[in-house]
Design a protein around this ligand. Structure first.
Ligand code: FAD
Length: 480
């Protein structure tokens, strides 16, 4: 075989001669190529040598075997939303699942089969045609693949647990190229690993989820407050924590969004029921006098689109996570607010950034033990997230360092820090899907990290899938 580009060209020829509909895209393909390397965060856009848009499990098998034969560095791309960079690559190949988005609902069995490159909107819309839903993410353009394989929190988590708690089986292409099923009855150890650390074990070409009857409409939407209301909102969150029956969720935090670009306290509320019930449940929050109240009855399939405007596709972005426990002290949160606002409204102007206290009830989540799947973030605490958005690449390190320091402080002072209190409530206090790939596996998987290392030896002995959390050290490979 000749040059590197000859190697990639031979893959294209292989697909063409087999009659496959897979698309093989190169840097010379102009706008088609530029679109193919787009990611939710510009920070994660890398100039791949080749993008393969697969259309079937067989296309994935062909590509994986080709990658192994030629020792090609590669990544797998689902919805393209991770900000860790694990779905993009410079000088390597992307297996892009974006043409595999079919969703099939089995109304009788109440299951939803979803191809590996679908986004949550595909699932929400198709399931709603049958009056059903499953636990998806709160932003409907995120990928089903990455979100599910890392755990998955959504508005229905309070009622039904995590996305992985409702995952019944996966069809997966392994490093050998073989296609296997993982479920509670087939390849059970692989199924254990896929639920929390799935990115490290293969390419999932379809997921089957349990579905639930979902009445319409639900009551949901954002309420925006001036910052002087922060102490009362913290007090409300403390009360929410004791009063919710799992049918509600409350996301709240800080930002300074356009057009005003001045600090506000954002809240997004959700009640899985009527407007009347929702208004009654959230009456004390509504009574605090928001400057804007957009909560209203909405069809369930539109619920996960409500936050889309605040998390659009432009700019460099970074998601990072920590944990907080309720009740919180309003003075403590006020200090976090000040630190956050000083940073985002300081010299660098990152006013579209957000710090979010995700008060999604965890009663159902903690019904499953941390050893029952690879996922190890189950405890009596909530996820805390920062989402920074900026445009100047020279600020990348400054943003990352600030996010880390702020989240560490926020998580520690809330009484849930790794290796200390968090062990007593069982979870690690770190949601893998909000982490970077340089975070040690033990911080995301706790004592499950050891078992994952063993399972890697069994299911991916050459560590082909090495771009997610480092379960074992990454190898250096050269194309030949
Ligand atoms: C705006 C926004 C909102 C979010 N909201 C939520 C939320 O409500 N709840 C929540 O839990 N998380 C949320 N997240 C975090 C989200 O779970 C992660 O960003 C997740 O990685 C997104 O998955 P993806 O498929 O879009 O990403 P990608 O970047 O495509 O993939 C992420 C990782 O998964 C791998 N991967 C993807 N699909 C497959 C597959 N089929 N087979 C094998 N590997 C695969 C990729 O190789 C990569 O390592 C949010 C993120 C963003 C940016």
């Amino acid at each position: 075989m000749g040059s590197t580009s000859d190697v990639y060209a031979s893959l294209k020829e292989m697909f063409e001669s087999s009659g496959s509909k897979a698309q093989v895209i190169f840097p010379g393909d102009g706008e088609v190529y530029e679109q193919s390397i787009k990611r939710w965060s510009e920070h994660c856009e890398k100039r791949a040598s080749c993008v393969v848009k697969v259309t079937t499990p067989d296309d994935v098998t062909t590509t994986v075997k080709f990658i192994c034969e030629h020792k090609i560095p590669f990544v797998v791309k689902g919805g393209g939303h991770s900000t860790s960079g694990s779905a993009s690559i410079e000088d390597g190949l992307v297996i892009d699942l974006g043409l595999m988005r079919k969703v099939t609902v089995d109304e009788q069995e109440r299951t939803i089969n979803v191809e590996g490159g679908a986004i949550w909107e595909d699932v929400d819309v198709e399931a709603a045609k049958f009056g059903l839903a499953t636990v998806g993410g709160t932003v409907n353009h995120t990928g089903v693949g990455g979100l599910t394989l890392g755990g998955g929190y959504g508005f229905l988590t309070g009622k039904y647990g995590l996305t992985i708690d409702n995952l019944l089986s996966c069809n997966i292409i392994l490093a050998s190229g073989s296609q296997v099923v993982a479920s509670s009855t087939e390849n059970t150890d692989l199924f254990w690993a896929l639920r929390g650390a799935g990115q490290n074990f293969g390419v999932v070409t379809s997921f089957t989820f349990r579905a639930f009857p979902q009445p319409n409409p639900v009551y949901a939407g954002p309420l925006i407050f001036t910052p002087d209301k922060l102490p009362q909102i913290v007090a409300y969150a403390n009360k929410f924590h004791t009063q919710t029956d799992g049918n509600q969720a409350l996301l709240w935090g800080f930002s300074a969004p356009p057009p005003a670009n001045t600090p506000v306290v954002l809240t997004a509320l959700f009640h899985n029921g009527s407007e009347e019930e929702g208004k009654e449940f959230f009456a004390d929050l509504i009574a605090l006098g928001p400057v804007a109240n957009m909560a209203a009855p909405i069809p369930y399939e539109k619920l996960n689109s409500l936050m889309n405007p605040s998390v659009g596709f432009d700019g460099r972005k970074m998601f990072s996570g920590g944990a907080f426990k309720l009740p919180l002290d309003p003075g403590f949160v006020q200090n976090l607010y000040q630190e956050f606002v000083d940073f985002v409204l300081g010299k660098n102007r990152m006013n579209e950034s957000m710090m979010l206290f995700e008060t999604i009830p965890y009663k159902e989540v903690v019904k499953v033990g941390n050893g029952e799947m690879a996922f190890a973030n189950r405890g009596d605490y909530y996820n805390l997230a920062t989402l920074f958005k900026w445009f100047d690449p020279t600020l990348d390190t400054e943003v990352r360092d600030f996010a880390r320091t702020l989240l560490k402080k926020a998580s520690q002072s809330a009484g849930v820090v790794q290796d200390v209190d968090i062990r007593s409530v069982r979870g690690v206090g770190q949601y893998g899907n909000y982490s970077n790939t340089d975070v040690p596996a033990s911080e995301i998987y706790g004592s499950n990290a050891k078992k994952l290392e063993e399972l890697k030896k069994k299911w991916d002995p050459e560590n082909l899938f090495d771009r997610g959390t480092r379960l074992v050290p990454r190898q250096v490979v050269v194309v030949n």
